[in-house]
Design a protein around this ligand. Sequence first.
Ligand code: CTP
Ligand code: CA
Length: 242
Amino acid sequence: EDPAALPGPLHGKTVTVTAGGTREPLDPVRFLGNRSSGKQGAALARAALDAGARVRFIAAHMDVPAPDGVELTRVETALELREAVHAAAVDSDVLIMAAAVADFRPDTQSNTKIKKRDDGADPVITLVRNPDILAEAVQQRSKAAAGTARPALIVGFAAETGDGSADVLDYGRQKLKRKGCDLLVLNRVGTSLVFGQDSTEVTLLSPQDSESVPPPSYTGTKTDVAQRIIGRIEQELEAALP
Ligand code: CTP
Ligand code: CA
């Protein structure tokens, strides 16, 4: 490190990043999971470190290592992720929810391995909904006294395909509204796009967007895109200063 270097734009700020995919256990050897690689979350953590932030990194299952220099918390399930996020959020300036959180978990977890039975009574898995961690963080913040509300900036992610009833941008705008976050990073996904890939295309949506101006989109490696997102976060934090 260059001792003469100027402090980065996020010097003095704490940024919490969640990354990877949660795993919801069925029994001691099996789980329900998803294809999140954790690459985008890791790239965001690196970009935030490069900008001078203190970074708390809450990692569910990842295909890549957590970046050096973060304060690392490992989690497995959505419920564990929720606890870690709520503990970190109260003293974070920014919360970035890049993790792929399982929407559902098996309603029960067997303490012993589920075995095939000779009578043909195959198991049925009943799923229950996981809490919406992002929406909860927004709700928690809204209860805090004015001026003390943290994190100042809450960033959500959405991966959408679009379908017959709405396109990707419509779904993104609906999700931004539903979650109540300050910024939504919208990914266009197909079966071969985004998951595990190094290159990606994102659109940044904010509640202040005007309907007539197209929201900014960036294409590039996950590292390029992460730098753009962190750049936007720097701007938003500056604009939010009293
Ligand atoms: N998220 C969360 N808790 C959940 C599910 C999602 O905090 N239980 C967060 C994700 O980390 C992401 C954002 O919410 O930042 C959007 O996730 P997404 O799966 O796109 O949204 P859902 O509300 O689950 O909607 P969908 O039915 O489209 O999956
Ligand atoms: Ca979901």
